[in-house]
Design a protein around this ligand. Structure first.
Ligand code: FMN
Length: 195
C-alpha cells in the first residue's frame, strides 16, 4: 500500500474467468495497458482455491487464499473483470470472495473496488455487477459507482489476439481507471492529513 506521501497507486486485478481466451482476462489486460500515470495493476488469482468448506478453514486457510488475501490487503484498490454466469457472479469468483471474507482483518473491509465485465451478449454483465455490489455491501467495501463498464457484444470488441480494439470501450476503461485514481489520491491525502 502507498504511504500517503507518495502518488504511487497499486491495484490488484482479478479476472472472474479462468478460460484461456477469456474476454474478461483480455479486458483486464487492456486496463493494465491503459493505466493513468502512477498506477500499476498486478494480477491476482483464485485458480487454486478449493471449494469453500468451514471444516477446511478450521484446519487453516489454504496457502492460495492467504496469498490473495495479503495481495488484496496490500493494494490500494481491487479491479475485478468478470463474466456473468446465469445472471449472476461466476461460482469461482464467488467462492474466492467467500474464502477471503473469512480471513482475519477481513481484506475487503473498507477496500476500494472497481468492477468491469464483458459478455458476448448484449447486457454486458450488468446483472452480475449488481450482485457483486450487493456482496460488497456486506463486506463493507467501497465500490466505485461510475463509470459502469459493461462490455456487451464482446466478440466484436476484441481482435483474435484478445486486444481490446473498440475505441469507445478503451475510453470508458480509461475513465474508470482515472476515477479510481482520483478516489485513491483522496484517500492518500486523508491518511496523510490524519497522520
Ligand atoms: C455457466 C455459464 C453461464 C452463462 N450465463 C451467462 C449469463 O447469464 N449472461 C451472459 O451474458 N452470458 C452468460 N454466459 C456466456 C458468457 O458470457 C461467455 O461464455 C463469456 O465468454 C464468459 O466470459 P470469458 O470470455 O471471460 O470466459 C454464460 C456462460 C457460462 C459458461
Amino acid at each position: 500500500m502507498s504511504n500517503g506521501t507518495s502518488t504511487a497507486i497499486t491495484v490488484l486485478g482479478l479476472s472472474g474467468s479462468l478460460r484461456q481466451k477469456s474476454f474478461n482476462s483480455a479486458l483486464l489486460r487492456a486496463a493494465i495497458a491503459l493505466v493513468p500515470p502512477g498506477m500499476t495493476i498486478a494480477k491476482g488469482s483464485f485458480a487454486e482455491f478449493p471449494i469453500y468448506n468451514a471444516d477446511v478453514q478450521a484446519k487453516g486457510f489454504p496457502e492460495p487464499v492467504q496469498t490473495l488475501a495479503k495481495q488484496i490487503r496490500d493494494a490500494d484498490a481491487v479491479l475485478i473483470a468478470s463474466p456473468e454466469y446465469n445472471y449472476s457472479i461466476p461460482g469461482g469468483l464467488k467462492n474466492a470472495i467467500d474464502w477471503i471474507s473469512r480471513v482475519d482483518n477481513q481484506p475487503f473491509n473498507g477496500k476500494l473496488i472497481a468492477i468491469m465485465g464483458a459478455s458476448p451478449g448484449r447486457i454486458g454483465t450488468a446483472r452480475m455487477q449488481y450482485h457483486l455490489r450487493q456482496s460488497f455491501v456486506f463486506l463493507n467495501s467501497i465500490v466505485l459507482n461510475r463509470p459502469e463498464v459493461m462490455v456487451g457484444n464482446a466478440a466484436e470488441m476484441f481482435d483474435d489476439q484478445g486486444n481490446l480494439t473498440d475505441e469507445a470501450t478503451r475510453k470508458i476503461v480509461g475513465e474508470l481507471l482515472k476515477a479510481l485514481a482520483r478516489v485513491v489520491a483522496d484517500q492518500h491525502l486523508l491518511k496523510g492529513a490524519t497522520r
